[in-house]
Design a protein around this ligand. Structure first.
Ligand code: HEC
Ligand code: HEC
Ligand code: HEC
Length: 422
């Protein structure tokens, strides 16, 4: 940890403690229930809850490293250190088995646990707070049907003083408003349903909106592009990088199958999102698509990228591209059996950093299980760091009119490091 980060942590933490004291952090505990006390839920609520859990990516953060659903303990790196997700199976000791419905709803809406402790906003309750009572009830009913699994989450490893939970109350005072969703009468049902899901349980802004130094989303730049686990989450607003403007049909296909002919495949953390949405009702995914398309409605199609002549490339990198990439990624965009699209259409290549391009070349694209999806082999074991960096710079120069990336080589070693320490 650098000295600057420590000093920043102390100053920011002190400010939050001050505010936290002011906000009065104490919240009452809600008495526990016996597992047997819990009445039966109806099958419909459980089914709805399963869909909402997929929309909320709950298991992407709450699945244990060892694979057990909702058993928690997954490390989430933040600029303030590592936070571990909680066990939300119905285990009485280490999970939420003794939580009455009211305690679950309070956690989702206010970020406070059953015993009254403040929860860190790495748990996206700043979005979940918008969910309706009925939807939270369905989620609770669904989580109750999961297998209880006994496993306590490891202690968080946060830099001083962020380990002190009451300071979250100060953060909330500055950045969190408990709120329900308000539909807009002038818009259609699908748009309102989409907005409800996108802003609420689906928390798309959690990755696609930039954050300030306190880790809170910048409300003034909603969907302007953010970061997620080392990847760049592209802008979904009028700043969209897509060469073809996203419309609701293309978004529907991309979100429900993970692929679209004019935009390519969802990779990295977005692949988890589309895998989940693949199991969600098409009415809800269509609603999300309708709303997200409206975010960039005022941006036009980008002019077809010029095949730049200024390409500075050694014959080695050109040969690698022609031999290892061009057979799948064809120009003009003729989609072959691998489902690769021309890199002239890829937002990854148009991104402000080499992060996504480098990570896809290192790790490839995994075909979705059960579906004949897009597939790209991993080149991490075949190409050297400097070959991958030169390839990234080459496709950037060849397929966009954007400035060269600052340091692709550094990005490659960063990505390799992340890959070796999950
Ligand atoms: C981006 C990652 C992420 C996602 C997505 C996520 N959670 Fe969590 N959740 C966390 C983390 C991290 C914590 C622990 C926070 C803490 O310790 O302060 C947590 C805590 C909780 C808690 C409090 C448990 C306790 O014992 O205090 C509940 C309940 C919960 N999550 C439910 C859900 C549900 C339901 C969903 C899906 C709708 C969900 N979470 C999605 C990261 C996530
Ligand atoms: C966990 C972080 C995360 C969440 C949550 C998330 N995204 Fe993404 N999204 C990403 C990343 C990273 C990419 C870039 C993927 C790539 O390069 O293939 C991406 C790419 C996209 C793209 C492609 C944009 C383009 O121009 O190529 C769309 C559209 C999109 N996301 C929509 C959504 C929607 C809608 C939601 C909510 C339902 C959502 N995302 C939730 C991380 C996330
Ligand atoms: C076996 C076919 C195949 C080969 C070989 C291949 N790719 Fe891909 N690649 C794909 C598929 C399929 C996708 C996902 C669809 C898309 O976005 O084009 C993809 C996606 C990409 C993306 C976009 C990822 C994103 O997040 O949007 C980049 C960049 C990329 N490939 C670069 C390369 C480079 C560089 C090479 C050569 C080292 C290469 N690919 C070789 C099939 C291939």
């Amino acid at each position: 940890m650098t000295l600057r980060l420590t000093l920043f942590g102390i100053t920011a933490g002190a400010a939050l403690i001050f505010l936290g004291g002011f906000a009065w952090t104490w919240r009452p505990a809600i008495p526990p229930i016996n597992l047997e006390d819990h009445g039966d839920s109806d099958a419909k609520a459980i089914w709805r809850g399963a869909q909402l859990a997929a929309i909320g990516n709950c298991n992407d953060c709450h699945r244990a490293d060892t694979g057990e659903s909702y058993a928690g303990g997954r490390p989430l790196p933040t600029p303030f250190g590592t936070i571990y997700s909680s066990n939300i199976t119905p285990d009485a000791e280490t999970g939420i088995g003794t939580w009455p419905e009211a305690a679950f709803k309070r956690a989702m809406r206010e970020g406070v646990d059953r015993e009254g402790r403040q929860l860190y906003p790495a748990f996206p309750y700043d979005h979940f707070t918008k969910a309706t009572d009925e939807d939270l009830g369905a989620l609770y009913a669904f989580l109750r049907t999961q297998l209880p699994f006994r496993k306590a989450a490891p202690a968080n490893a946060l830099i001083f003083p962020f380990g002190f939970r009451p300071i979250v109350a100060g953060w909330k005072l500055l950045f969190f408003r408990e709120a329900r969703f308000q539909p807009e009468g002038s818009k259609g049902d699908a748009w309102n349903r989409g907005r409800y899901l996108v802003e609420g349980l689906a928390h798309c802004g959690g990755c696609h909106t930039p954050r300030n130094v306190f880790g809170a989303e910048k409300g003034s730049s909603s969907y302007a592009g953010g970061v997620a686990e080392g990847w760049d989450a592209p802008p979904l607003n009028s700043g969209s990088l897509a060469v073809h403007r996203w419309n609701a049909d293309d978004l529907f296909e991309y979100l429900s199958t993970g692929w679209n002919r004019l935009h390519g495949a969802a990779a990295g953390p977005m692949a988890d999102v589309t895998n989940n949405l693949g199991g969600v009702s098409s009415t809800d995914v269509r609603a999300i698509a309708v709303y997200v398309a409206s975010l960039s409605a005022d941006s036009g199609d980008t002019a077809a990228p010029v095949q730049t002549n200024k390409i500075v490339a050694t014959s080695e990198v050109r040969a690698i591209y022609e031999g290892a990439c061009a057979n799948c990624h064809r120009d003009p965009n003729v989609v072959g059996p691998s489902k690769a699209v021309s890199l002239s259409l890829s937002s990854a290549v148009r991104q402000w950093s080499a992060a996504n391009t480098v990570r896809v070349v290192l790790g490839g694209i995994q075909a979705r299980s059960g579906a004949p999806g897009a597939y790209m082999p991993a080149f991490g074991g075949i190409l050297t760091d400097s070959q991958i960096a030169s390839l990234a710079d080459y496709v950037r120069a060849r397929y966009t009119d954007q400035p060269q990336w600052a340091d692709s080589l550094k990005e490659v070693s960063k990505a390799r490091q992340e890959g070796s320490t999950p």
